[in-house]
Design a protein around this ligand. Structure first.
Ligand SMILES: Cc1cc2nc3c(=O)[nH]c(=O)nc-3n(C[C@H](O)[C@H](O)[C@H](O)COP(=O)(O)OP(=O)(O)OC[C@H]3O[C@@H](n4cnc5c(N)ncnc54)[C@H](O)[C@@H]3O)c2cc1C
Length: 490
């Protein structure tokens, strides 16, 4: 089949998946709440064809056309090829969709590039299964999501200890034909409207907890997979009135694996801690974070422009306080672009011929969430009450209301009342609507918490020997003093 259209994606969702919204088990293909989300995701599949030059490529081995995000990068040109695709795909939603399928595609391609890590188990079957799966995803153009975070509730003990022991996904039975797994994962963005779930290593697991050290992939519709949706934030309004909430609620859900069977051919890690604990360090920053950083940069670009429009329509563009806020967002964008470009230019073979970005790209993981939160704060600061004085497009059509709105809510500088309302509606949908609030939470946590990322960066700095400046200063002082004493004594 290879690269699918939106229609083909929608046809693939007709199955027996168990999705709960509130107290109701729903058929996502017919339930009205999901209509906008499904159309939005179908649009993504069509978009890859519309911009086929950027988004699609032909696999030299199979001759099939597939999304560039499934490329296993082998050199700098491949990284550039991926950059172009990630950038284009992010523009579909201006970065507001976090879990477009290119995200988990790039994770999988990264893993399939490092089969040497999987071979550490001593059995080549695991790497072979992983490569087979990567090929299958290419061939079927599946929409994957991941659910990798342990379902730890009690933070006073270890992630897999105390009450957490029985909450998180683990093996409960080994059969001739596969594994039976039980427990939860927190959470799966896109889960209810994806084709498959990819479970792979997240935070490291210690000895004695091998039955949690799992990686596998299964269809969302596998018996026993129960998805519990958060409230849906999509709205049944036009994209002109609600550009994001009408199309881009990528629905998060808690995933409960209620004794789910996983066939052996879909098991990639089975209790091997050496492999489990090595996968992330070998792939996550250099490979995955190329996609996430480019997606976020595209979003910053959009945020900057929306803020410029807000300044124009209120006549504040030339005011120093507004210019400072606009310049602040632009600085974030420029830093993000520079880090991405620099990390790509300093890409290297991470092992097994896998050519990934320099690990310094991970600095954006700790800064981007802070900037995203700040951008939303700037939108609200600049927008003020204007964010709420925003009639819908249809309100302007009303013969009584339309003329009043044009009289009392025009834009500054000759900008029409309709355009003024659209700018502020867009800004509110970006930063303040129910979906906007959820997206801010996503930016904070989707790559793990900022605190964890910073702690990891500190560890890396120590391992790289990024220390000694303090001792060097006092050595310099001591050397100077000794030289002066020698001179004085001479
Ligand atoms: C909208 C959304 C979508 C998501 N989608 C997915 C998905 O599809 N798949 C998936 O697997 N995961 C997903 N996640 C991520 C996952 O659910 C967790 O939110 C994430 O991994 C963080 O987990 P945690 O709560 O254990 O964080 P923790 O690291 O425990 O952090 C919790 C809080 O404690 C603070 N903290 C932690 N350690 C320290 C410290 N040392 N010092 C000071 N403060 C500290 C943090 O700053 C944070 O405020 C998503 C999250 C969100 C919000």
């Amino acid at each position: 089949m290879a690269a699918r259209t939106g229609e083909q994606y929608l046809a693939g969702l007709k199955d027996d998946r168990e999705v709960w919204l509130g107290s109701e088990r729903v058929d996502i293909t017919t339930h009205p709440a999901f209509a906008g989300s499904l159309a939005g995701m179908a649009g993504y599949f069509d978009y890859q064809h519309k911009y086929a030059d950027d988004c699609l490529m032909v696999d030299p081995e199979t001759g099939q056309e597939h999304n560039v995000s499934l490329l296993r990068p082998r050199n700098e040109a491949d990284l550039q090829r991926r950059h172009r695709a990630f950038d284009r795909l992010a523009r579909y939603s201006n970065g507001m969709l976090g879990r477009t399928p290119d995200y988990v595609n790039v994770v999988l391609a990264g893993h399939a590039s490092r089969t040497d890590i999987y071979d550490r188990s001593g059995d080549p079957i695991y790497a072979q299964r992983l490569v087979n799966y990567w090929r299958e995803v290419q061939e079927k153009d599946l929409a994957l999501t991941h659910t990798i975070t342990h379902a730890a509730i009690d933070k006073s003990v270890g992630e897999l200890q105390g009450m957490n022991e029985d909450l998180t996904l683990r093996v409960v039975e080994r059969r001739e034909d596969g594994l039976v797994v039980r427990g939860a994962k927190m959470i799966a963005t896109l889960g209810p409207i994806a084709d498959e779930l990819y479970v792979y290593p997240a935070t490291p697991i210690q000895q004695g907890f091998e039955h949690y050290a799992l990686s596998f992939a299964i269809p969302v519709a596998s018996p026993g997979v129960v998805q519990v949706c958060r409230d849906h934030y999509g709205v049944d309004q036009s994209p002109e009135d609600r550009p994001f909430s009408s199309r881009f609620d990528e629905q998060d859900a808690v995933v409960i694996f209620d004794d789910v069977f996983v066939p052996w051919e879909r098991v990639f890690i089975d209790g091997d801690l050496g492999v489990y604990n090595a996968v992330n360090a070998a792939t996550a920053t250099g490979s995955t974070q190329q996609q996430t950083a480019i997606r976020a940069s595209v979003k910053l670009e959009f945020a900057y422009d929306v803020c410029v429009q807000m300044a124009k329509v209120t006549g504040t563009e030339a005011k120093p306080e507004t210019a400072a806020l606009l310049g602040e967002i632009y600085s974030y964008l420029r830093i993000a672009r520079s880090v991405v470009r620099d990390s790509e230019a300093r890409g290297s073979d991470w092992g097994n011929g896998a050519f990934f970005c320099h690990d310094d790209i991970s600095a954006l993981r700790t800064m981007m969430p802070v900037w995203m939160i700040r951008v939303n704060e700037i939108i609200k600061t600049m927008g003020s009450h204007n964010l709420l004085a925003t009639p819908t497009a249809a309100a302007f059509e009303d013969p009584r209301l339309g003329p009043l709105l044009r009289t009392y809510l025009p834009g500054a500088g000759g900008i029409s009342a309709e355009e003024r309302a659209r700018i502020f509606r867009t800004a509110w949908d970006f930063a303040g609507s129910a979906l906007g609030g959820r997206i801010e939470l996503y930016e904070r946590f989707y790559l793990g918490s900022i605190a964890r990322a910073r702690g990891l960066d500190h560890k890396k700095a120590q391992a790289k020997g990024e220390t000694g400046a303090y001792a060097a200063m006092f050595q310099e002082i001591a050397d100077t003093r000794a030289a002066q004493s020698a001179l004085a004594g001479a």
